[in-house]
Ligand binder design. Sequence first.
Ligand code: ADP
Ligand code: MG
Length: 139
Amino acid sequence: MATERTLSIIKPDAVKKNVIGQIFAMYEAAGLRIAATRKTFLTKAQAQAFYAVHAERPFYNSLVEFMTSGPVVVSVLEGADAIKKNREVMGATNPAQAAEGTIRKKFADSIEANAVHGSDAPETAAVEVAFFFPASEIY
Ligand code: ADP
Ligand code: MG
């Protein structure tokens, strides 16, 4: 299995719940290393650009509002098969469908306020990692 990097965002709902450490522990238990991390507060322009792929979706404006409602934690996770492994530990987008033991089952409130973001493919992971971190800040 290839060593990969993927982008995680701990979303405003989970940051407000004070569960950053619990989510990091779940990444580490899944064999993912935190290669870079930063707490930040997305501007509206950043949230719009990050989720540009969803611009035509009915939930886009609400998603941008939510993602700018409080600070987030952006991280680069690294490990074997990291993109898929992170999607597994995250759980389904809709927490009502998320499996037991996943981050979203444990911490998500709704299909929108669903605790975490994770890149979905190697191409998007590369773009999303570079959106937040220069190579010199990833170890
Ligand atoms: P994922 O985050 O699991 O990759 P998507 O890429 O489909 O899911 O959607 C991006 C984000 O948009 C979701 O994590 C969630 O915050 C929000 N979202 C997705 N679908 C809906 C929906 N039907 N209603 C409201 N928000 C949604
Ligand atoms: Mg997605």
